[in-house]
Design a protein around this ligand. Structure first.
Ligand SMILES: Nc1nc2c(ncn2[C@@H]2O[C@H](COP(=O)(O)OP(=O)(O)OP(=O)(O)O)[C@@H](O)[C@H]2O)c(=O)[nH]1
Ligand SMILES: [Mg+2]
Length: 381
């Protein structure tokens, strides 16, 4: 599972990326974009989970493994001319191509005031930036639609388009052209693909196009220290409305403060620091979870002396398919799943106690795995 981080320049994207991944990519004014500008910086984010912490303390395993999400950090977006402008073709932010394959988009928006860090538009205005970035994502999708439609007609790749000569005509699957037309109409009206009234089937037909405005969106507000105490910042009410309309979870945090907390080695110091700022849970944990939720993901656990591990599955996955996450042999040779709920284990203290109480169940291949299930698969190969 993958997410891509977008936003205007100097919004705090790389700071958030470093917090999520524990990496130290250079951030700040004048920092060269690390790695390849066209592909972004890639890292793995651990998804914090108190249940894994608990199981770790209970089983004292040699290894503890949290769920992970792959994250791509991109350069700041530049402004294109708009839908009707000369450069209306979303060419300005070609690097957005590299996140067409991600499962959700994270938009980091600056709300922190800082005289040392100028904003490209001369002022800090989270509502304006929310709209500006959505516009760039819309233009990038529109470019994909236009290219596809041109290629259906055998055109494309003409002068000034930056492509290498005329390209091969493509043939679309039945229904794809109609679905693409719906997208074109929505995008030209400056609306995201998720509001293009596509049917579920059409969504699937267009999956390969990787439309960014069709993906779940998670909005991150990067607040200033001064906002932490009150939880308020300019434009908050309006932003909450916009995020709700885009069905986007909104995570409010201060990337700089969280980075300072993360840099403290001592856990007591971290706790004291967080208390000072009235932070009950690191925003970065909330963000990792919000992404996990937005992707429709849940975790099941395997436990033992060797390893306590969280496995990532889509909500609705059956026991047999979940077994396949661990190994294809276990899926093929699936016999039964021994299943206990995490909350039951926490309440009763041990697997043995669960067995006594009949709370360690045997489930068949069609059992739909629940979030927090602790599973031991019986299989033969
Ligand atoms: N005051 C304050 N400064 C912050 C905060 N978050 C990030 N910054 C600073 O803002 C500058 C930009 O942060 P980055 O994380 O590099 O921002 P970015 O969005 O990755 O920037 P580009 O990649 O250049 O587009 C750095 O100097 C950060 O230290 C914050 O919450 N408060
Ligand atoms: Mg950056």
């Amino acid at each position: 599972m993958q997410i891509g981080i977008v936003g205007l320049p100097m919004a705090g994207k790389t700071t958030v990326f470093n917090l999520l991944t524990g990496m130290g990519a250079p951030a700040g004014p004048g920092a060269d974009f690390p790695g390849n500008r066209d592909e972004g910086t890639i890292g793995m984010a651990k998804v914090p989970d108190e249940r894994i912490d608990y199981l770790h303390n209970m089983f004292k395993p040699r290894k503890t493994t949290y769920a992970q999400i792959r994250v791509t950090d991109l350069p700041g977006l530049v402004r294109s001319a708009g839908v009707k402008g000369d450069n209306a073709r979303g060419q300005a932010n070609m690097f957005l191509k590299s996140i067409q394959g991600v499962d959700a988009v994270v938009h980091v928006i600056r709300a922190f005031p800082s005289p040392d860090i100028p904003h490209m538009d001369g002022s800090v205005d989270p509502v304006r930036d929310f709209d500006a970035v959505n516009m760039e994502l819309i233009l990038s999708d529109l470019e994909i639609v236009y290219k596809a439609l041109e290629r259906v007609n055998g055109g494309g790749g003409g002068a000034g388009r930056g492509a290498a000569g005329p390209r091969k005509k493509i043939k679309l699957e039945p229904g794809q052209l109609e679905a693409l037309e719906k997208c074109r109409v929505a995008l030209e009206a400056e609306k995201p693909v998720r509001d293009a009234s596509l049917t579920g089937e059409e969504f699937l037909l267009l999956k390969g196009f990787g439309f960014l405005t069709a993906k779940p969106l998670v909005t991150v507000i990067n607040m200033g220290e001064e906002h932490l105490k009150t939880g308020d910042y300019p434009g908050r009410a309006e932003l909450r409305l916009r995020a709700a309309n885009a069905r986007s979870p909104l995570v409010e945090l201060s990337a700089r403060i969280e980075a300072e907390i993360a840099s403290l080695d001592d856990e007591d110091d971290q706790a004291a620091f967080m208390q000072d700022f009235g932070i009950s849970e690191p925003g970065i944990s909330k963000l990792a979870r919000a992404c996990y939720d937005a992707l429709g993901l849940i975790s099941f656990f395997t436990v033992g002396e060797d390893e306590v591990k969280a496995w990532t599955i889509k909500n609705g996955t059956t026991a047999k398919a979940a077994a396949g996450k661990i190994h294809s042999d276990i899926e093929r040779g699936f016999i039964r799943a021994e299943v206990a709920g995490f909350d039951d284990l926490k309440r009763h203290g041990s697997i043995a106690a669960l067995k006594e109480k009949g709370l360690y169940r045997l489930e068949g291949k069609d059992y739909v795995v629940a979030d927090g299930d602790i599973i031991n698969f019986r299989f033969n190969v």
